[in-house]
Design a protein around this ligand. Structure first.
Ligand SMILES: [Zn+2]
Length: 141
């Protein structure tokens, strides 16, 4: 994700996305930032907002995001809550919803998408899928 968009998220959610550490122990988020394209910016922002609101109003415990990445064409957000089940089922549920929703959001532009089972699985809108296919054709010529 572009540094400018990442910065917006880090500024808006400092408790969920703590300042990136430069010394050990470092999370994947510290090391590599948000590892997906810009199209999922709003989806990630909404997801963080729902968790933030849950913490504010619904007694959801403290959570820190440790990784945000695209994997096999869908969004994965990992947090410090992932392994603690008790009162973090809220967070785990929100993260699963975001992951499922990402199949329908173009990872390039944020428009309505379909899951594309290419060599690299991707969630792409019609236009970006076409662009991808044309690029593949060019490479194969
Ligand atoms: Zn698109």
């Amino acid at each position: 994700m572009s540094p400018e968009l990442q910065e917006q998220l880090f500024e808006k959610y400092p408790d969920l996305l703590p300042e990136r550490r430069t010394e050990a122990p470092r999370t994947p988020l510290d090391e590599r930032g948000i590892e997906c394209r810009d199209g999922w910016f709003n989806l990630i922002k909404s997801t963080l907002e729902v968790i933030f609101q849950g913490q504010k109003w619904n007694n959801v415990g403290k959570v820190k995001v440790t990784q945000i990445k695209e994997k096999f064409g869908h969004l994965n957000i990992y947090t410090s809550a992932s392994r603690v089940l008790s009162n973090n089922t809220y967070v785990i549920g929100v993260l699963r919803m975001a992951s499922n929703a990402s199949f329908r959001v173009c990872e390039v532009c944020g428009n309505k998408a379909e899951f594309r089972d290419h060599v690299y699985r991707q969630s792409l809108c019609e236009m970006h899928n076409l662009e991808y296919l044309l690029e593949q054709d060019r490479k194969n010529q």
